[in-house]
Design a protein around this ligand. Structure first.
Ligand code: ARG
Length: 247
């Protein structure tokens, strides 16, 4: 009898909205884990890790849901979301006008921009227009590609399935520069001391958002509420410092 009474009280509290929902279900998350420090597979643990991974795990915790993260190729993320394979995508994904036509985005959770990464010792590239006549490597279907396409007179844009593959082309001298998101370029520069250098300042303004299917307003609202709480109570800052404190 006592236990039933407890349950009734709990249920009343949940219904009144004064308590977070109890653990109901699973949040199926997709990410392209080739984008450190946002999402990558840790070589030692074989687990996915990164800023986005920490953010989505914390959101899941606050929603009372288990988080299942699937590592998927970049070009499969939004199609998989559309067909209902995943509930959301978190993948360092920039909120763009084009994508907003296909999916709904959470409030922005990270500000960034495109930068140019070249080999150390490259002296003739100071800004985007200096890439005239050069080969630029990008990850296909990213804002890096879209930004490169706006630069006049490139010799060529070479597209790769992943950002690390574009970095490899640069290191192997198959490309003269990579255009990619600032923190990812910084991470690669740090991982290759003395080999690579970032040029100038970011030349675009972009914001990452978490993508959900159009019309999934309930999930979107829950995500935005969790994000706002995390920003207000210092959890967001702690995760930020963990991944970007040294940058
Ligand atoms: N921010 C860029 C975009 O949205 C690149 C994101 C790439 N993310 C990844 N996990 N590979 O187009």
């Amino acid at each position: 009898m006592k236990r039933v009474g407890m349950l009734v009280v709990l249920l009343a509290l949940v219904l009144a909205g004064s308590m977070p929902a109890l653990a109901v279900g699973k949040l199926r998350v997709a990410t392209d884990a080739t984008f450190p420090p946002f999402e990558y597979v840790d070589e030692k643990t074989r687990e996915m890790d990164g800023f986005d991974i920490d953010i989505i795990k914390e959101i899941g915790k606050r929603l009372g849901m288990t988080v299942e993260i699937v590592n998927t190729a970049w070009d499969g993320l939004l199609p998989g979301l559309k067909t209902g394979k995943y509930d959301l995508v978190i993948s360092g994904m920039t909120i763009t006008d084009e994508r907003v036509m296909a999916v709904d985005f959470s409030d922005p959770y990270f500000a960034t921009g495109q930068v140019i990464l070249v080999r150390a010792g490259t002296t003739d590239v100071k800004e985007p227009s200096d890439l005239k006549g050069k080969i630029v490597a990008v990850q296909i279907g990213t804002t890096g590609q879209f930004a490169a396409e706006k630069i006049q007179g490139l010799k060529r844009i070479d597209t790769y399935d992943t950002t690390p593959a574009a970095f490899m082309a640069l290191k192997m001298r198959k490309a003269d520069a990579v255009v990619t998101d600032e923190m990812v370029a910084r991470e690669e520069q740090q991982a290759n001391p003395g080999q690579l250098q970032l040029v100038g300042r970011p030349f675009t303004v972009e914001y990452y958002g978490i993508a959900v299917n159009k019309g999934n307003t309930q999930l979107l609202r829950q995500i935005n509420r969790a994000l706002a709480q995390m920003k207000a109570d210092g959890t967001y800052d702690a995760i930020y410092d963990k991944w970007f404190g040294d940058k």
